[in-house]
Design a binder for this molecule. Structure first.
Ligand SMILES: N[C@@H](CCC(=O)N[C@@H](CS)C(=O)NCC(=O)O)C(=O)O
Length: 217
């Protein structure tokens, strides 16, 4: 039995899309938090996710946090879905992991500085500068991924991989930024999002979360 603990519109979305895409049977448990972001439900959530962050996964007693680790675990344990190339397909597999790592260890932290600016400085007067620096970094990263997608529609060309799903989630996180800062202002990233959302599983997950179904391009 697989249980995904999460909150719609957060880092939960990528594992949720992967679960739908691999056709797994799973339960989605909504995590609730108080005004200070402390989880209040389900009871015992901190035993599953020690920092209180979402998402978390329980796969038959195997408990995981970190959205990228969850995506990779699900892709690796459901090879028929083709979201992670087999070990013998060295280039595709290593490239998938490489992009997923950049997304989780460089792009996502820049977004966290954008969304949670006050956490990243002890100087209240410095929050705007933290956020502005995050937006500048995110623009550089968007250019990097748009360049990788020049031959698209996906990171590996014609075939969808787990890093595409993670990229689609992160590119959607810029949709409330100034128009020029939105990742979908780059045609390659708009095309990429729409191609990922054309996959029925990915679309179902985003639909269930009330997320954005199209780049609008
Ligand atoms: N690297 C972690 C980040 C998890 C994370 O920061 N999740 C956010 C939602 S996107 C959260 O739980 N925020 C609540 C908080 O930081 O208090 C992952 O990808 O799972």
């Amino acid at each position: 039995m697989i249980t995904l603990y999460g909150i719609p519109g957060t880092a939960t979305t990528a594992p949720h899309m992967v679960l739908e895409e691999i056709g797994a049977e799973y339960a989605f448990v909504l995590v609730e938090r108080d005004a200070d972001d402390v989880p209040t439900a389900p009871p015992g959530f901190l035993a599953i996710s020690p920092f209180g962050k979402v998402p978390a996964l329980d796969d038959d007693g195997l408990v995981l946090t970190e959205s990228a680790a969850i995506c990779l675990h699900l892709a690796a344990t459901h090879p028929a879905a083709g979201l992670l190339a087999p070990p013998e397909d060295r280039h595709a597999r290593a490239t998938t992991v490489r992009h997923l790592m950049t997304l989780t260890n460089t792009v996502q932290p820049a977004y966290l500085r954008y969304f949670y600016g006050p956490r990243y400085t002890t100087d209240p007067a410095g929050v705007d500068a933290v956020v502005a620096a995050a937006v500048a970094e995110l623009n550089g990263l968007a250019d990097h991924f748009a360049g990788l997608l020049a031959d698209g529609p996906f990171l590996l060309g014609e075939r969808l991989c787990v890093a595409d799903i993670y990229l689609a989630m992160l590119s959607s996180w810029s949709s409330d930024m100034e128009p020029g800062d939105r990742w979908w202002s780059r045609p390659a990233l708009a095309r990429h999002y729409d191609a990922v959302l054309a996959r029925p599983g990915c679309r179902r997950a985003v639909e269930q979360e009330g997320g954005t179904l199209s780049s609008g391009a």
